[in-house]
Design a protein around this ligand. Structure first.
Ligand SMILES: NC(=O)CC[C@H](N)C(=O)O
Length: 451
């Protein structure tokens, strides 16, 4: 939609305020409402936004170890730009006009901005003649109560909205049909159409697959999806969590990313060889080889939290190895091909807790790395159980190990630029330090009386 058309629409709607949001390094949307007159001033222009969005962590604690911003810079404003292509209206909030913004402004470099990073990688693909088609699917758990109630009880023993393990259940959605159906309908109205939705195995867990799209729109939809689900859940007295593993006894929550590379006009799937028997094209082979080569060095892009690594456990449907397989759900990357259109890769490492801009940027960048370097696939497909396969490389087992590898990785610098890699790994080191200070309930249960 053109700028003038958007402005006319907003003026006609009678709304006196407009909302826009910026995605931080943790994938959290930081939003503001602005007066419609202010919107008219900044649309197609820039708007000042305090760069503390990249100076604090997911709990608004200020990093003490990043160079990009901090007390040493005085947390100045940076120039943000609303992306008018992201215009949508919020159906559960009176149709307020809504935009995403980023710091991708000529003459300014904000290396920490995840949406700007994805745009940069997407352009590298476009310059090579490719259109990247992506989509993310999410699993998440739903609980009864309000954020205040859960916080007051220290998030102990939260009550899932439905009991027991019941994947693909016909019954469980009926227990909260209003919520279940509203998610599908309101998300579509918010321009996040779902391809499908069902219950996953676990109490109160849903899974939704977002319709595929060009990579930037797909990432926008994935980021917005997480916030939208939480907001819609509030309306029903529920709280949704996208933690990768909220309970060690239960399955984790994934954020699998489906991807294929098409000709720039979108007419031909370049992953498809033309042969239904051997559908993988040479280009797909190099892309997959690139992803496998880079994966252990850039793991925090897919698994960015302390908790992410609790999900990556053998036998839990989540990957633990640098592997791929044909329609194999025990490997890191699952190759899928029923026909030309469906030929794609499913990157299964990301948890629901990952930042979709970063996880998609990492996927595309490492795939393009494989194509640029004409990598050959030297890892054979796993047939059967990747958890027990011999001779497979294990993924780093925790955030500290994974971050150390990434911080020293030439590949990470090449894919994302040194400034981003440095800032991002510094934020992950901070995350580890925060965790290392905490005395957890595991320790008290284990040592309090016995030791
Ligand atoms: N849908 C599935 O394949 C299950 C995924 C699993 N819950 C995970 O965390 O990765």
């Amino acid at each position: 939609m053109e700028k003038q058309e958007i402005i006319k629409k907003i003026e006609k709607s009678g709304h006196r305020k407009v909302r826009f949001a910026i995605c931080d390094i943790d994938g959290i949307l930081r939003a503001k409402n602005i007066h419609v007159d202010k919107f008219l001033e900044v649309a197609g222009n820039t708007v000042g936004y305090c760069d503390v969005v990249f100076g604090w962590d997911s709990n608004d604690r200020c990093y003490d170890n990043v160079e990009l911003t901090g007390w040493h810079t005085g947390y100045p404003d940076k120039k943000a730009a609303l992306d008018l292509n992201t215009f949508r209206t919020v159906p559960w909030d009176n149709g307020i006009p809504y935009f995403l913004a980023d710091f991708d402004v000529p003459g300014q470099e904000v290396a920490a901005c995840p949406r700007s990073l994805l745009k940069k990688i997407r352009k590298q693909g476009a310059d090579m003649g490719y259109k990247a088609i992506f989509s993310e699917e999410f699993e998440w758990f739903n609980f009864c109560g309000t954020p205040n109630q859960l916080a007051e009880t220290g998030y102990r023993n939260p009550q899932p909205i439905t009991p027991g393990m019941f994947g693909y259940s016909q019954l469980r959605p009926s227990q909260h049909a209003d919520y279940y159906n509203e998610l599908f309908d309101l998300l579509a109205q918010f321009n996040i159409p779902l391809e499908s939705m069902h219950t996953e195995t676990g109490p109160g867990v849903y899974e939704a697959c977002i319709f595929y799209d060009e990579i930037l729109s797909a990432a926008d939809k994935a980021v917005l999806f997480k916030s939208a689900v939480k907001e819609i859940a509030y309306r029903h007295g529920f709280v949704a969590t996208f933690m990768a593993k909220w309970n060690e006894q239960l399955p984790g929550s994934s954020g699998h990313i489906h991807q294929s590379i098409w000709s720039s006009d979108g007419g031909k799937n370049l992953f498809f060889s033309g042969s239904p028997e051997e559908p993988m094209s040479e280009l797909m082979e190099s892309y997959l080889a690139g992803q496998l080569r880079c994966l252990p060095e850039i793991l925090p892009m897919y698994a960015p939290t302390i908790n992410s690594y609790k999900r990556l456990r053998d036998g839990a449907w989540a990957p633990t190895t640098v592997t791929w397989g044909k329609d194999n759900r025990t490997t890191a990357i699952r190759m899928i091909s029923r026909d030309e259109k469906s030929t794609r890769l499913e990157m299964r490492v990301p948890g629901a807790d990952s930042n979709p801009y970063l996880a998609m940027a990492a996927s595309l960048a490492s795939g393009l790395y494989g194509i640029r370097n004409k990598l050959k696939l030297d890892i054979p497909p796993v047939i059967g159980n990747a958890y027990t396969s011999a001779d497979v490389q294990k993924l780093p087992a925790n955030l500290l190990d994974a971050t150390r590898v990434m911080a020293n990785s030439e590949i990470a610098n090449e894919l994302f630029g040194e400034a981003f890699t440095r800032h991002f790994t510094q934020t992950r080191e901070w995350e580890w330090r925060e965790f290392a200070r905490a005395v957890t309930d595991w320790e008290t249960k284990r040592y309090f009386e016995i030791i």
